[in-house]
Ligand binder design. Structure first.
Ligand SMILES: Nc1nc2c(c(=O)[nH]1)N[C@H]1C(S)=C(S)[C@@H](COP(=O)(O)OP(=O)(O)OC[C@H]3O[C@@H](n4cnc5c(=O)[nH]c(N)nc54)[C@H](O)[C@@H]3O)O[C@H]1N2
Ligand SMILES: Nc1nc2c(c(=O)[nH]1)N[C@H]1C(S)=C(S)[C@@H](COP(=O)(O)OP(=O)(O)OC[C@H]3O[C@@H](n4cnc5c(=O)[nH]c(N)nc54)[C@H](O)[C@@H]3O)O[C@H]1N2
Ligand code: SF4
Ligand SMILES: [Mo]
Length: 767
């Protein structure tokens, strides 16, 4: 009763606020109200249909197919595309709130030029001609003065591709430094690629939870981590009776549903996984036929893990051997239909992150849970053309003596490590980087260490961004280009290679507002000024049509089909059909190529240093109704969840005299302090960690709703350890004390530390 009332009330409040902030916009508040009323009537009577356009959501990178409804020229409602085999008519809270992204008064409306100091956030409106002219001039000048590698481009998301092609054409090696790899999935992608021959977890995650008899989640806080079809598959699996094991130092939403929850000491997962693998082998719980026919390196694996017992791991992980044993027995019993979730966000501790994902993949293989229902499955390749707007020949990386891609053996396949690009900006070594283009990534909040990033930006000759909102990164830019939001533009073609593959496209629901332009238009017009040949299409639609042609489709043809066509999938493969994509054609239980680079072919346990005395570890995750920092200013979402909370163990809180809902700050090992954050006192987190959802604590006053609400995890991340495989950046290697009023409180140590785990010094190793 209370909950229902709350929802009713909050919707009403949200609408009132929506109307009042709408006044400055074309259409005005009155029209907005009318539009909503009409849609409601239309729904109720089944008449008065709004104009419906199918498209693709970009409130997060899952990209659910959607239908957008427009009445009297205003977007009123977004739903899932009923033709979609993954989300159907459903969208999540964020997908629904795309309406409020379109009409956000804090959107970037015009090309802007900085007039104050960098980071001060003072702007003058300029013309597109002036903005693109200035960017072209600076790109040419920096290239002439320092060479092509002095140009760098950080990007994330579909709209970033066109501009990336221009950076590639300059000859720089620094163009694909996507936070999506170096701050997210890189270590996981590498581990799966080398072990199984394909990336089982990337933009898409090919794990069949819906048909699993048991699921293992290590971290992976599904339910807080919200991707509609992923959550649906998880819930479907559970409702069909799947057992669930969750390994998480915190009682996550998923842990709340678990058959067995193992509240592990942070940073010790590899000990648990190695002990489990040893247990599976010693107790003959593995799939002998599958291992014999499909895998290589078994004998070596058996030998290398034999020292890792459950009792040993129990001490390291601070778990009970019985629970660990029950969990692995439960998973083994479900094999081969067991889902060892491949994880997604992998950049946790720097060392051992690739290894952790290798160990998941090894467990999947030992259980024969590859290419079968409930396990990992294979993507079905879907034929749509990836068309290049700038010809390949002009994309040659210029010769370079000391490449940033050579620092780590596996960087090159993902781009240039973000941390090393930033370091080069600060130090000028191995060569100076003097110009940065940013597109679709909020580097200040999503790449640690932001203080180093600020230093780097101050050293640049020029920085520009292509953006939709004036977040932290935009306010540090010299020029901001206003991009059309996803509801106002065409983008690439979306081919989904999952259980039921499909093809769909993003297309404009309404024309761009203000002076915003599509990514294709922006890139094509910048290319002209730089005399980069390419961008041959007459408009964005022709560009997308050309990509669809390979599948014998066009936008018009797709629209006649409800915006989406499904294809036949081939996810499960057994016997002769099961072809492993590694160079040997076998699943590699030991990756010799890693050993060739002086890395472990089979992961060994290497402890992550524990918090220094008086500190606790900062861990983080997702708010279910927000995407990173990008949705914080959204009217509806900000209304639902305006700020984050600091999860603090109840025993620790008791000893410190901190009450629930009290406001505190955090101070990290390098003396950096957070903005104020309210405390959630709970037994649902271990005493040796505190937790907050990422994305809050906006430091851009231009985001009027989000500014200063809650605290930012990233601004407490000044200690990063580089992943030795690729240079990805660790984020769970930072430690905090709690600041109450003006007093800095030492965190009491409740759980004793075994001697195998060293303690981090106050100044811990910088990567
Ligand atoms: N709503 C929403 N959903 C999202 C996103 C979003 O922004 N908003 N982002 C999407 C993206 S790009 C990603 S990468 C994913 C990220 O989501 P996941 O891939 O699920 O992220 P993880 O880091 O695996 O999981 C976070 C959990 O790890 C636990 N944890 C912390 N330290 C440890 C440890 O040492 N060991 C173990 N076992 N657990 C630990 C935390 O308590 C937390 O519950 O979410 C995706 N889904
Ligand atoms: N501290 C900390 N750092 C993290 C994480 C964490 O949990 N904690 N998570 C990591 C993970 S898993 C990931 S995947 C990354 C994500 O990192 P980011 O991609 O940087 O995440 P966002 O904060 O959403 O920043 C996206 C930026 O793009 C802008 N934007 C949104 N839509 C568009 C568009 O259509 N066009 C353009 N041009 N711009 C647009 C937004 O306004 C915002 O400024 O962050 C990583 N970094
Ligand atoms: S999960 Fe939500 S935000 Fe992400 S694409 Fe789907 S509807 Fe949009
Ligand atoms: Mo991510």
């Amino acid at each position: 009763m209370n909950r229902r009332r709350f929802i009713k009330m909050s919707t009403a409040t949200a609408l009132t606020i929506a109307a009042s902030t709408m006044d400055g916009l074309p259409g005005g508040a009155g029209l907005f109200r009318k539009a909503r009323a009409e849609t409601a009537v239309g729904k109720a009577t089944g008449s008065m249909g709004a104009k419906e356009t199918t498209s693709v959501c970009e409130m997060c990178f899952w990209r659910c197919p959607i239908v957008a409804k427009v009445t009297d020229g205003r977007l009123t409602k977004i739903e899932g595309n009923p033709k979609s085999p993954v989300n159907g008519t459903r969208v999540c809270a964020r997908g629904n709130s795309g309406v409020q992204l379109l009409y956000d008064p804090d959107r970037i409306k015009y090309p802007m030029k900085r007039v104050g100091a960098r980071g001060e956030g003072k702007w003058a409106k300029i013309s597109w001609d002036e903005a693109l002219g200035e960017i072209a001039h600076n790109m040419e000048t920096v290239k002439k003065k320092y060479g092509p590698h002095a140009l760098a481009y950080f990007d994330h998301g579909a709209s970033a591709e066109n501009l990336r092609e221009i950076f590639m054409a300059t000859g720089t090696e620094n163009y694909t430094s996507e936070p999506a790899f170096f701050q997210c999935v890189g270590p996981a992608a590498l581990a799966y690629l080398e072990t199984l021959g394909y990336i089982a977890t990337g933009t898409r995650q090919y794990n069949d939870m819906a048909h699993a008899k048991a699921i293992l989640l290590v971290g992976s806080h599904i339910g807080e981590n919200v991707h509609v079809s992923h959550v649906r598959e998880f819930i479907e699996g559970l409702s069909q009776g799947a057992k669930l094991v969750v390994v998480d130092p915190r009682l996550s939403m998923a842990a709340g549903k678990a058959t067995i929850h193992l509240p592990i000491r942070p940073g010790t997962d590899n000990a648990l996984l190695l002990a489990w693998i040893n247990y599976v082998i010693q107790n003959n719980l593995y799939n002998k036929a599958f291992v014999a026919n499909t895998c290589e390196g078994f004998d070596r694996l058996k030998e290398e893990v034999k020292g890792y017992s459950l009792e040993w791991a129990a001490k390291i992980c601070d778990l009970k051997p019985d629970g660990m044993k029950a969990a692995i027995e439960l998973l083994a019993k479900a094999s081969p239909n067991v889902n060892i979730h491949p994880g997604r966000h992998a950049t946790w501790y720097g060392k051992g992150d690739v290894g952790r994902h290798q160990l998941y993949a090894i467990l999947s293989a030992l259980f024969g849970a590859v290419g079968v229902p409930g396990g990992l499955y294979f993507p079905t390749s879907v034929k749509v053309g990836h068309v290049e707007c700038v010809e390949q020949k002009s994309k040659q990386v210029a010769p370079i003596e000391k490449s940033l891609k050579d620092i780590y053996p596996y960087s090159a396949m993902f781009g240039t490590p973000t941390a090393d690009v930033i370091k080069a900006m600060v130090t000028g070594k191995p060569y100076p980087i003097k110009l940065l283009g940013v597109n679709g990534v909020n580097i200040m909040q999503t790449i640690p260490d932001p203080y180093e990033t600020m230093k780097a930006i101050k050293n640049l000759d020029f920085i520009f961004c292509e953006e939709i909102m004036a977040g932290e990164t935009a306010i540090w830019s010299d020029i901001i280009l206003p991009e059309a939001v996803y509801l106002e533009r065409y983008d690439g073609v979306y081919a989904y290679e999952g259980l039921t593959p499909y093809i769909t496209v993003r297309q404009p629901v309404l024309p761009p507002m203000y002076e915003a332009k599509s990514p294709y238009w922006i890139a094509a017009n910048l290319a002209k000024r730089l005399k980069v040949e390419g961008f041959p299409y007459k408009d964005d639609k022709a560009y997308v049509d050309d990509q669809l042609a390979a599948a014998d489709l066009s936008i018009d043809k797709l629209n006649r089909e409800g915006g989406l066509v499904t294809l036949k999938g081939n996810p499960y493969r057994e016997g002769k059909d099961l072809k492993i994509g590694t160079d040997s054609g076998k699943i590699k239980l030991a990756v010799e190529a890693f050993a060739d680079e002086d890395l472990d072919a089979i992961p060994k346990f290497e402890p992550t240093p524990a918090p220094p005395k008086g500190y606790t570890r900062l861990i983080y995750g997702r708010s279910p109704v927000h995407t990173f920092t990008r949705t914080m200013n959204n009217l509806w979402l900000n209304h639902e969840v305006p700020e984050n909370f600091l999860w603090l163990n109840d025993t620790v809180a008791g000893k410190l005299g901190i009450k629930n809902d009290e406001t505190v700050r955090l101070e990290n090992q390098d003396g950096k302090r957070s903005t104020p954050i309210k405390v959630l006192v709970t037994p649902g987190i271990r005493p040796d960690a505190v937790y907050m959802a990422h994305g809050f604590g906006s430091q851009s006053p231009l985001l009027t709703r989000a500014y200063g609400k809650g605290a930012a995890d990233g601004f407490l991340m000044t200690n990063t350890i580089a992943d030795p495989f690729m240079g990805a950046t660790s984020k769970r290697t930072n430690f905090v004390k709690i600041v109450k009023g003006d007093t800095v409180l030492d965190i009491p140590e409740i759980v004793p530390l075994p001697e195998e785990i060293p303690r981090a010094g106050r100044q811990v190793q910088a990567g």
